[in-house]
Every structure is written in structure tokens, then in C-alpha cells.
Design a binder for this molecule. Structure first.
Ligand SMILES: C[S@@+](CC[C@H](N)C(=O)[O-])C[C@H]1O[C@@H](n2cnc3c(N)ncnc32)[C@H](O)[C@@H]1O
Length: 223
């Protein structure tokens, strides 16, 4: 296994512990029978699979990176979910489903690529009347974003912040420990050490802005 794969798998493993928040957000929705769900920026599909487990719906995981969708494809097969979950490689800027296709659009950690307001406006037409948009976002500019929700044609149905230290305790701190461990293990492998240093630098940049260490869920209903 390459060092990149090892790191990716460990990050996926850490990301798994955030599924409790995905479940909490899902439980804030009314019960929907066989909902059609679009997971935008699904990555390797950690929330996508969770959504399939919690619902009896049809789920599409959409992402721009084929390598991540390949991982999701493997998880779909391993979990026996091929009849209900599929992937689509597409940019979130170029989504091409018929209007009013979905009961729920889900987007965790991805709306920043298109911008909060732009995402809300662009994706609205794909929702059926009264359908839901659930966004897990950084905790920047919350007042402005909450103002944009009604302006973009939604009601704020629910909202919660993750506990203050969740990202640090459950993600960045163990990731840093793992990087340290791997640096020792690969101390005579300059290529591996370079990759580990890059990953650590990414973490440092992230940690430098404390606002990056918080995130919130917005549960919105189309009006
Ligand atoms: C932080 S990851 C979140 C992945 C997943 N939703 C999760 O919570 O684990 C952001 C994802 O957005 C995807 N993404 C970024 N820009 C995109 C775009 N223009 N269209 C579709 N997906 C995009 C990335 O490929 C990545 O998988």
C-alpha cells in the first residue's frame, strides 16, 4: 500500500466518526418513503452510504473526482447496495437532472466549491416542492448565510453546530499523531517523508484559522 493510500484510508476512518452528525441531521427530517437523494460532492461516499443505510431510498453520489467515486463504487458493492446507490461523475456546476427530481439534496463539506448562496440558488430547481437541502458547512459567515436561506427560497427547518472541539479531537489530533508515527516508520524513505510533510503542512494551514475547526449543519426546506 502506498503512503498516499494509507493516509487516505486513515482519513476515511477518522471521517467515519462524523457519521453521528449525518444521522442527527437526517433524523431532523420528516419520515420520507423511498426518497430520491442526491449527495453532491460525495467524495468516497461516507455520508452516501450512511444515507442509504438510514433510508429506503435511491441515492446518487455525485463528485468530480473519479478516483473517489471508484472507492464509493467498491463500498456500494461490498454493502450490497447496488440496487439503490449509484455514482455520477459530474461537476456540481453542471448538474443536469430534470427539475424537481429529488426529495433531498445532501452536501457535506462541498458547498464551498460553488459558494453557499450560489449552491442554494443553483440546486433549488432539482428539488421537488417542499423537499429538503441539507448542507454541512464551515462555520464562517453564519449570520450572512442564515439571511441568504430565505432569500434563496428556503425555510431553515433545523440547524446545529458540531461540538466546539469535534474536528480537533476526532480528526486533526489523531491525524497528526498518525503522521508522526509514519514519519518514524518511513524515516529512510525521502518520498514518503515529503508526502507526510505536505500533509502536515496542510493541517497547519487549517489549524491556523480556528474557524476552520468548527462546522454546522443547515437543514433547509424548499418553499
Ligand atoms: C471535503 S470533501 C467531502 C466529501 C464528502 N461529502 C464527505 O463529507 O466525506 C469535498 C468533495 O467535494 C468534491 N468537489 C469539489 N469540487 C467539486 C465540483 N466542482 N463538483 C463536484 N464535486 C466537487 C471533491 O472532489 C470532494 O470529494
Amino acid at each position: 500500500m502506498t503512503i498516499e493510500t494509507l493516509l487516505e484510508e486513515y482519513q476515511d476512518h477518522l471521517r467515519d466518526s462524523f457519521n453521528k452528525y449525518t444521522r442527527k441531521a437526517f433524523q431532523m427530517l420528516p419520515e420520507l418513503d423511498k426518497p430520491h437523494i442526491l449527495d453532491i460532492g460525495c467524495g468516497s461516499g461516507i455520508p452516501t452510504i450512511e444515507l442509504a443505510m438510514m433510508s429506503n431510498g435511491q441515492i446518487i453520489g455525485l463528485d468530480i473526482q473519479q478516483s473517489l467515486l471508484d472507492k464509493l463504487e467498491r463500498k456500494i458493492e461490498e454493502s450490497g447496495l447496488s440496487d439503490r446507490v449509484r455514482t455520477v461523475k459530474c461537476s456540481m456546476f453542471e448538474i443536469d437532472f430534470p427539475d424537481e427530481s429529488f426529495d433531498i439534496i445532501w452536501a457535506e463539506g462541498s458547498i464551498n466549491a460553488i459558494g453557499f448562496e450560489n449552491g442554494l440558488k443553483t440546486w433549488r430547481r432539482f428539488l421537488k416542492p417542499d423537499a429538503f437541502l441539507v448542507v454541512h458547512d464551515d462555520n464562517k459567515d453564519i449570520i450572512n448565510k442564515r439571511r441568504q436561506i430565505p432569500e434563496c427560497g428556503y425555510n431553515l427547518h433545523g440547524y446545529f453546530s458540531l461540538p466546539r472541539d469535534a474536528w480537533w479531537i476526532d480528526y486533526f489530533s489523531p491525524l497528526e499523531k498518525k503522521i508522526k508515527e509514519l514519519r518514524m516508520k518511513y524515516s529512510d524513505d525521502p518520498e514518503a517523508l515529503k508526502i507526510l510533510e505536505e500533509k502536515q503542512n496542510e493541517n497547519e494551514i487549517f489549524k491556523a484559522d480556528p474557524e476552520n475547526l468548527g462546522s454546522v449543519f443547515y437543514i433547509m426546506q424548499k418553499v
